[in-house]
Structure formats: C-alpha cells, structure tokens
Ligand binder design. Structure first.
Ligand code: ADP
Ligand code: MG
Length: 238
C-alpha cells in the first residue's frame, strides 16, 4: 500500500496542454475515482502516475518516493486497461504467471500468487482455459489477476469495465468493491460511468479540461457540488 501525491502536475503534447496543474493527495488504501467528460485528461493523468507519460512539470510521489524519473516497472504500480489483450496461446494461469516468470520469481511463489489471485477473483475453475474459451467477464478477471499477482502498492484502472455488457458491468462493480475490501490496496480508477463512481469511490475527483473541479466523497459531491459543471456531471446519469 502507498499514498500517492501529485504536486502541480502538468502535461503537454506539443503545444497542447492537457493537464493544467493537478494537485492531489490520495491516501494509503483509498479507492479514488477520476470522472470527467471524454478528452478531459483522465487517461493522461493515470498514465502520468504510471510513468507511461512523463509529466512536463510537477511532481509525482508514490509512498515516500518521488517517482518522476522512475520507469513504470519501478513505481510499484500495476495498471489494467479497457482493452486487456491476453496472450491467446496461453492459459489463464500462464497469462497471470508470465510477468512473474520474466521477473525470475521463484516457481512456488508464482504458483502461490496466481492461485491466491484466482481465488480472490473466483476464476480458479478457469485457470487451464485459453482466452477464446472464456467469456468477456472471465477474460477481464484474468487481466485483473495479472495485475494482482505483481502485488503492487497501487492499482491503476482505466475504464476496465467499459467493454463489458451492462449486466456484467454491474457484477464486476461488486467484484471491485470486494477486491478492495480484501486487498486494501490503494486503487485509482477511471470511469465515465457515474453510477460506477458513486458506488466504488471513497472520493471522486471530477476533472474538466485538465483541471480538478472538485474532490470529495460521493454524497458530498452530490449534495454540495462546487459548481454547475459538477452538479451536471454527478447529478445526471448519462
Ligand atoms: P480522457 O481519458 O479523459 O478521455 P485523455 O487523457 O485520453 O482523455 O486525452 C486528453 C487529451 O489529450 C485529448 O484531447 C487527447 O486527444 C490528448 N492526447 C492524449 N494522448 C495524446 C498523445 N499521445 N498525443 C497527443 N495528444 C494526446
Ligand atoms: Mg481515457
């Protein structure tokens, strides 16, 4: 587990400034959700925390380390994307074990971690299946399992459910809540789905045009939106 601190983080692509100065303290073990309209910079902010994008200026800290100069693999994070390409020729087990094998983790330890993750995600019965023999929800669980086995200090999720159908999205929402209750790891979760944000978040961060409009617990934002933008965004289901 670790806290995450962003100090005046800016990110420009060429002349276009996408993050315009983000300050945020995320507590150890918090489930924080970024919401905001398409193109407001949610993914860019997540990728900047992950180290997949370099902040133009400002500071990113994870735990007690400033990580600006660290590569993604040295930041103690694991990220799950919306398009979670699994290796088609590998079983669920092999997909989850692969990264640990590359990292030369000992075989017994790999087995312990894969089985524990599979247990947490209720996919123990599918460990021998290849992706094409699994449903979309099962594949997404394997992708999450791949992140869990790395035992990161911080999980980063970028719209992990948006490719799933509505019924499955609802079910997976509960899975995320349960997973967080069990692992107690810091989770940073991007979604454009207000209901997902309201149900999962300890605190919601509302982004707009590369800036934070408001940060607060779901019901705080709902009851006391700082402005019309937040009121419109949190109040109205799409
Ligand atoms: P969101 O995830 O909130 O939809 P993004 O963070 O993906 O938004 O994108 C924010 C803005 O940054 C968009 O205008 C997008 O076109 C731009 N952008 C994102 N990545 C790049 C990139 N690699 N190069 C240039 N522009 C980018
Ligand atoms: Mg995005």
């Amino acid at each position: 587990m670790a806290n995450v601190r962003l100090v005046d983080v800016k990110k420009a692509f060429g002349a276009v400034e996408v993050l315009k100065g983000v300050d945020l303290e995320i507590a150890d073990g918090e489930f924080i959700v970024f919401v905001g309209p398409s193109g407001c910079g949610k993914s860019t902010l997540l990728r900047t925390i992950a180290g997949l994008e370099e902040a133009t200026t400002g500071q990113v800290s994870i735990g007690d380390r400033v990580v600006n100069d660290l590569s993604p693999s040295d930041r103690g994070i694991a990220m799950v994307f919306q398009s979670y390409a699994l290796y088609p020729h590998m079983t669920a087990y092999e997909n989850m074990a692969f990264g640990l094998k590359l990292a030369k983790t000992e075989k017994g330890e790999i087995d312990r971690r894969v089985r524990a993750a599979a247990e947490a995600l209720s996919i123990t019965d599918y460990l021998d299946r290849k992706p094409k023999a699994m449903s979309g929800g099962q594949r997404q669980r394997v992708a999450i399992g791949r992140a869990i086995v790395r035992e990161p200090e911080v999980f980063l999720f970028d719209e992990p459910l948006s490719n799933l159908d509505a019924a499955l999205r609802v079910r997976m929402r509960y899975e995320f809540a349960r997973l967080h209750a069990e692992l107690k790891t810091t989770m940073i979760y991007v979604t454009h789905d207000q209901v997902e944000a309201m149900t999962l978040a300890d605190r919601i961060v509302v982004l707009n045009g590369g800036r934070i409009e408001q940060v607060g617990a779901p019901m705080d934002l709902y009851d006391h939106p700082a402005n019309l933008f937040v009121a419109g965004f949190i109040g109205s289901p799409k």
